[in-house]
Ligand binder design. Structure first.
Ligand code: OOG
Ligand code: MG
Length: 266
């Protein structure tokens, strides 16, 4: 992926304000490439970086990153064929078993993901899955609640990168495990909504191995001139397609070996 940019500083600030407004007041906007058809991935990351800078200036704590569009199911669902990354803050975290409000979201969807917590700095380029596993304190099951700010959940990669990879909320839970005690390629997951199975898959769906997605994320960070600090919380990407939720829905994600994560929407 090239980080080449075409937008002026003024355009980046303008688009960041547009995204920030849509995220904080929960309304849908047209995808950014309608107005800026020549936008690049680098432009998308420039907007995302400016958004991160603003949130941190407002007191949000940057706790980690998420890899997105790392499985075939997700790429096919969204019509995109390159993975992406987004940042995670403390404000997006929700406790396990909690009631998550949908009033401050546009059109939320849930996905099952394997999350990693690191205890060593990871530096790209050329970061490998082995280095990621070596730097992993533990893995845990997570549900990401994504919420594209683009109308109809329709976008291209440039726009979704600017919208911080549709990041909205996340819930970690289950059992923390040392990845050395597990085969992270073969973990089965089942997502239930209101007692019915709505999606299922195996962790190998994420780039063959979820640690591979974390390595990819570290290598994208390197292109942005950044590293992944020790103590980061990283979500490796949805294993199955994302499932829409609405008030009243109960969701439980059951992960082989890692336990389950549940929540309800109000
Ligand atoms: C982009 C975010 C994708 C994942 O796990 O693949 C993502 C989107 O589908 O809106 O978080
Ligand atoms: Mg995700």
């Amino acid at each position: 992926m090239s980080m080449e940019t075409t937008l002026t500083r003024e355009d980046i600030v303008r688009l960041t304000e547009r995204i920030e407004g849509a995220q904080t007041r929960a309304y849908a906007i047209p995808k950014l490439t309608n107005e800026y058809p020549n936008m690049t991935h680098g432009d998308g990351y420039a907007v995302q970086t400016e958004l991160r800078r603003r949130f941190i200036a407002q007191g949000h704590r940057h706790v980690g990153w998420k890899a997105g569009l790392t499985s075939k199911a997700k790429m096919q669902q969204m019509g995109v064929n390159v993975p992406s990354i987004g940042f995670l803050t403390d404000r997006m975290a929700r406790p396990e078993n909690s009631a998550i409000s949908t009033g401050d979201l546009v059109h939320p969807r849930v996905e099952c993901e394997v999350a990693f917590v690191t205890n060593k700095t990871l530096i790209g380029p050329n970061c490998t899955k082995e280095e990621v596993l070596e730097a992993t304190d533990y893995v845990l099951p997570a549900v990401e609640i994504i919420d594209s700010r683009f109308s109809g959940f329709k976008f291209d990669l440039e726009s979704v990168i600017a919208d911080n990879g549709s990041s909205a909320r996340y819930v970690g839970g289950g059992r923390a495990r040392d990845p050395k005690d597990l085969d992270l390629r073969t973990l089965g997951v089942v997502m239930e909504k209101n007692g019915e199975m709505v999606a299922m898959g195996a962790s190998a769906a994420v780039l063959g191995h979820p640690a591979e997605a974390v390595a990819m994320l570290v290598n994208i960070l390197a292109e942005m001139g950044e590293t992944l600090p020790a103590g980061s919380f990283v979500m490796s990407g949805g294993i199955t397609e994302a499932i829409a939720v609405q008030p009243g829905d109960n969701v439980i994600a059951r992960f082989q070996e890692l336990g389950s994560v549940s929540m309800r929407f109000v």
